[in-house]
Design a protein around this ligand. Structure first.
Ligand SMILES: CC(C)(COP(=O)(O)OP(=O)(O)OC[C@H]1O[C@@H](n2cnc3c(N)ncnc32)[C@H](O)[C@@H]1OP(=O)(O)O)[C@@H](O)C(=O)NCCC(=O)NCCS
Length: 362
């Protein structure tokens, strides 16, 4: 039989920031619309509505002493420990991030050196052949880095790649924009390794699409909604409803294309790990995906969710989900041998990606 080379996950880690921020934290905020007019509803009403439409009741922020590369390092260290791989044997460390390190003291973004170089130094890796770089690709960045790692591994260019997603959105969110209540901080990582197999295992297929034409600035950087905030500082902004509509229309098709490419169908999927953007949106994407296969009552228990208590930590949501599930720390979800897991994400760009993974037998 002919053996082929596949990329399989051999370790994972995550970091859940320690500051738990309940929705009541925002009761003291002043919220304005994008024209700078203060919202005429009470904060209690705004927060209740927010919880109703997103499913989020709390999120996590990092403590003042930490930046994105610190928490990326924590997740990476855990992934290495769980894999028992010699860290000096890594070929690549790829960090997905979009804002670099933003320190609490000055809120300026630092991308030099790359977060990957900083993580490499913190991991104490001396091998110059461990190439470290970052990838900015919106919330879909971590999954895109996994797709790059897969290409390196399949081509023989690399044997082991550590893929990290780390973000501190609390440092770039506008406190006067109600949409900012979605955002949170976090980090997750997996370690991928090459494996020869007679049957397809590990990463089976993937699809990525970029809808920049007309949609590039659906998520963008802009000034605070507070007209009194005149520092020139810019914050993460979005046309949330537009994004919601595009995501519903486009993401199910991309996921289906990746499942088709793997030669599988909806019933073969044991778990869908989707970017935690908004509970309502993720559930609607799942329903539409099932609908594309003519399935009207899809099983509810194949899509683990963390959004209600971890919020939207951008590149960190999917690897964190994977890590929590693989450690048996998320409700009754368990990953079993031969399971098929679909990973999917959507975010700034607009970038959408989806990847199909089969858990190996050993
Ligand atoms: C931002 C978002 C939560 C808004 O939800 P939505 O259902 O599209 O909201 P709509 O604009 O249709 O407004 C519905 C109601 O919610 C209110 N609302 C909208 N955004 C709100 C917010 N952030 N907080 C509180 N209330 C909000 C509106 O005022 C409206 O209230 P009404 O029914 O009393 O008039 C949602 O669009 C979303 O999650 N988008 C995608 C987020 C995402 O993926 N971001 C990417 C970063 S990775």
């Amino acid at each position: 039989m002919n053996s082929s080379r596949y990329a399989v996950i051999v370790g994972s880690g995550s970091y859940l920031p320690t500051e738990i921020i309940p929705n009541s934290h925002f009761l003291a905020h002043k919220f304005f619309d994008t024209r700078g007019t203060q919202l005429d509803k009470s904060n209690k009403e705004i927060i209740d509505k927010f919880e109703e439409i997103t499913g989020i009741h709390e999120r996590r922020y990092v403590t003042n002493d930490l930046v994105a590369s610190d928490i990326g390092f924590f997740a990476a260290e855990q992934a290495l420990k769980s894999s028992h791989v010699d860290r000096e044997s890594l070929d690549y460390i790829i960090v997905a991030q979009n804002f670099g390190n933003i320190a609490q003291c000055n809120h300026r973004s630092e991308c030099i050196p790359s977060l990957a170089s900083r993580v490499k130094q913190k991991l104490g890796i001396k091998n110059p052949k461990t190439v470290a770089y970052d990838i900015p690709f919106g919330c879909a960045g971590w999954l895109q880095a996994v797709i790059q790692a897969n290409s390196f591994i399949k081509s023989g260019e690399a044997e082991r790649v550590l893929v990290i997603g780390a973000e501190t959105l609390s440092r770039t969110a506008d406190p006067h924009d109600r949409d900012s209540m979605i955002y949170s901080d976090g980090a997750g990582a997996i370690l991928l390794e090459g494996k020869m197999s007679d049957t397809p295992v590990g990463i089976l297929s993937h699809i990525t699409e970029t809808y920049a034409n007309g949609h590039a600035f659906t998520i963008y950087m802009g000034k605070s909604n507070d007209p009194g905030h005149a520092t020139g500082e810019v914050f993460l902004k979005m046309h949330g409803h537009k994004l919601y509509e595009y995501a519903l229309k486009l993401v199910p098709n991309v996921i289906k294309a990746s499942i088709d490419k793997a030669g599988l169908t909806f019933e073969d999927i044991n778990m869908l790990l989707i970017h935690q953007a908004n509970q309502k949106m993720d559930e609607a994407i799942f329903e539409r995906l099932a609908g594309l296969y003519g399935v009207s009552n899809p099983p509810k228990d194949i899509m683990p969710m963390t959004i209600s208590w971890l919020g939207n930590s951008s590149v960190a949501t999917v690897p964190t989900l994977y890590d929590l599930v693989s450690r048996g720390q998320l409700d009754n979800y368990r990953i079993k041998k031969r399971d098929v897991i679909v990973f999917a994400a959507v975010g700034a760009g607009i970038n959408i990606n989806s990847l199909v993974y089969r858990v190996p037998n050993d």
